[in-house]
Design a protein. Structure first.
Length: 49
């Protein structure tokens, strides 16, 4: 009986995740990023809009 319950739960979980939203949470970047390094340091940064 436990196996049947576990199998049913797995089936429900699989069905619910297959219908999940697959769109990215943020829009695509339309301009190239410029990555710079702080002189003499292992610190990188990017500036933008």
């Amino acid at each position: 009986m436990k196996r049947l319950v576990v199998a049913a739960l797995l089936a429900v979980c699989a069905a619910s995740t297959s219908g999940a939203q697959t769109a990215p949470p943020y829009p695509a970047i339309t301009i190239p990023l410029e990555i710079n390094q702080v002189p003499g340091r292992q610190i990188w940064y990017s500036t933008g809009q």
